[in-house]
Every structure is written in structure tokens, then in C-alpha cells.
Ligand binder design. Structure first.
Ligand code: NAD
Length: 276
């Protein structure tokens, strides 16, 4: 899989048969993957037992059959997890027993899973992020800087758009963006406005618009508008496919090598943390 002489990083993918797990497997073998040099050593999932994980990912056999138990983690240098919250506690505890570095994008973790994640992070480097897109990580960083820099004279509005099938609104990423901008402007959730209609009156300064549009096949777009007197700044991220999350997760897996135990985010992977 690596095509070079440097020791490759053995990766176990948990949730290997899911939409994200298959994207991760495709990203691992992609020749233009930054930090390349990976090999798939284990594929864990609840479905498709015994089927080759590469075949499931549409890239041909990789010689790694899907298993439901966590024993194959033994041979991995790092785990990449995109499974479901119900699988998390057992996975994090198993990784902790082996002090295995872990990248996890599984969302909706309950308190016991978060506890297990922290226990693992005491023994090994861990990167958990609700959104592994490198562009979205950068958007959050730039949004914080721009909002602070623009100051009180600029009103902040957030607009997101997703495909017609999305069930929740606003998106988790828009919520996080609103939190970042709200922190910078001193506006809590009670200042968020999620629609305007009728005689709403003049816009108060301590207001933050968070608007959700739905339609078509849009994968995900998020824009922060900072509107001042006679000028306006717009920061937009456009996601074109789910592979962006997989690429970020694989970048994080490469970065974890050599890191001290601890709980990290994509800001750390991208070197943005200290520049906030
Ligand atoms: P999916 O339903 O397509 O796949 C889930 C996978 O987990 C399957 O392979 C399934 O067999 C496996 N699984 C379920 N229970 C398991 C168990 N007990 N043990 C082992 N494997 C188990 O879901 P998806 O769309 O691929 O999303 C997976 C997770 O990633 C979700 O939590 C989703 O919210 C999250 N996600 C995160 C990001 C991010 O950037 N952080 C991006 C997209 C999705």
C-alpha cells in the first residue's frame, strides 16, 4: 500500500463498513494523502463479517477481512474510529489497555464514553473532532479572528445550506460556528435568531442570525457574514464530498505519531491552537 521503504503506519479502522469508514479506507490508500505511508491492518464493524474491507470500499481486496471483535486492534499503530456512540466506550477502553493512539470522529458520545476517551488520553495521544474537515477547522479559526478584529461595529450572521434530506437544523457545524462567533462577541444562545418574519424591528447589536437553507444535493456550505457600515466581509466554506472528513482524519492519524498522551483536536493537528 505504501510503495516506499519507510515503515508504514498500521491503521485499524473501526466502523469500516459505514459511509465514513469506507471513505477512510479509500483515503488511506490514496497516493496524494499527506503524510502517506499507511497500511490497513484491521477493519472492525457490526456488519459484513469476513468480507474484505478494500472490496467493500470499492478499491479491490486489501487482504483484511471485517471482524466484529476488537482483538485485531493488537497489531495497529493507530485506530481511526467512525462508528456509532454505542460502540465507543468498549473501543476506548480496549485502546486504553494497549495505550493505542486513536482518532475518533464518532459524534453523540455519552458521559461514560467521554470518560473512557479521557482515560485513554491519559495513556496515549487521542484526536477527537466533531468535524474533521481541514477547511472547516480553518473557517472556525478565521471566524474567531475576523469577529474579534471587526469589533462591535460589525453585525454577524451565519448562513448554512445542506441537501434536502438533512434532518436537523441548524447543522452541528453552524452551531459550533455560532458558538465561536458568539464567544467573540459576547452573545449567548439566547441572542441567536433562527428566522425573521413580520415586524421584527431594527436589528439589536447583541443578536446573531443563524439561518438554515435546505435543497437539492448540497453537501454542506457555511458562511459567516460580518456586516459593517458600508462594507461586508464573508467567509465561506463549501464541502464537496464526505471524503474531506476522511482526509482530515488520516492527516490526524499521521500527526498523532510522536505526540505525548493527551486529548487533541484538529486545531492542534493543523498548528492553529497557539495562534488564536
Ligand atoms: P454509518 O451508519 O454509515 O456507519 C457506522 C459504522 O459503525 C458501520 O460500519 C457499523 O457496522 C459500525 N458499528 C456500529 N456499531 C458498532 C459496534 N457496536 N461495534 C463496531 N462497529 C459498529 O455511519 P457514518 O455516516 O459512517 O458515521 C459514523 C460516525 O461518524 C457517526 O457518529 C457520524 O456522526 C460521524 N461523523 C463524523 C464526522 C466528523 O468529521 N467528525 C463526519 C461524518 C460523520
Amino acid at each position: 500500500m505504501t510503495g516506499n521503504a519507510t515503515p508504514s503506519i498500521g491503521v485499524a479502522v473501526v466502523g469500516a463498513t459505514g459511509r465514513m469508514g469506507r471513505e477512510v479506507i479509500r483515503a488511506l490508500v490514496s497516493p496524494d494523502q499527506p503524510g502517506g505511508g499507511f497500511r490497513l491492518v484491521a477493519a472492525v464493524a457490526r456488519s459484513a463479517q469476513g468480507v474484505d474491507a478494500g472490496t467493500l470500499a470499492g478499491i479491490g481486496p486489501l487482504g483484511v477481512a471485517v471482524r466484529s471483535d476488537l482483538a485485531p486492534l493488537e497489531g495497529a499503530d493507530v485506530v481511526i474510529d467512525f462508528s456509532l456512540p454505542g460502540a465507543a466506550s468498549a473501543l476506548f477502553s480496549a485502546a486504553a489497555e494497549r495505550a493505542l493512539p486513536l482518532v475518533s470522529g464518532t459524534t453523540g458520545l455519552d458521559a461514560s464514553a467521554e470518560q473512557a476517551l479521557k482515560a485513554l488520553a491519559a495513556k496515549a495521544p487521542v484526536c477527537w473532532a466533531p468535524n474533521f474537515s481541514q477547511g472547516v477547522t480553518l473557517l472556525m479559526h478565521l471566524a474567531r479572528q475576523a469577529t474579534v478584529g471587526a469589533g462591535e461595529g460589525f453585525d454577524a450572521e451565519i448562513v448554512e445550506m445542506h441537501h434536502r434530506h438533512k434532518r436537523d437544523a441548524p447543522s452541528g457545524t453552524a452551531v459550533r460556528l455560532a458558538e465561536v462567533v458568539g464567544e467573540a462577541k459576547g452573545i449567548g444562545r439566547d441572542g441567536w435568531v433562527q428566522g425573521r418574519s413580520g415586524e421584527v424591528g431594527a436589528r439589536p447589536q447583541k443578536e446573531l442570525g443563524v439561518m438554515a437553507l435546505r435543497g437539492g444535493t448540497v453537501v454542506g456550505e457555511h458562511t459567516l457574514i460580518l456586516a459593517g457600515e458600508g462594507e461586508r466581509i464573508e467567509l465561506t466554506h463549501r464541502g464537496e464530498d464526505r471524503a474531506i472528513f476522511a482526509r482530515g482524519a488520516v492527516r490526524a492519524a499521521a500527526w498523532l505519531r510522536g505526540q505525548a498522551p493527551g486529548l487533541y483536536g484538529m486545531e492542534d493537528v493543523m498548528g492553529l491552537r497557539s495562534q488564536v
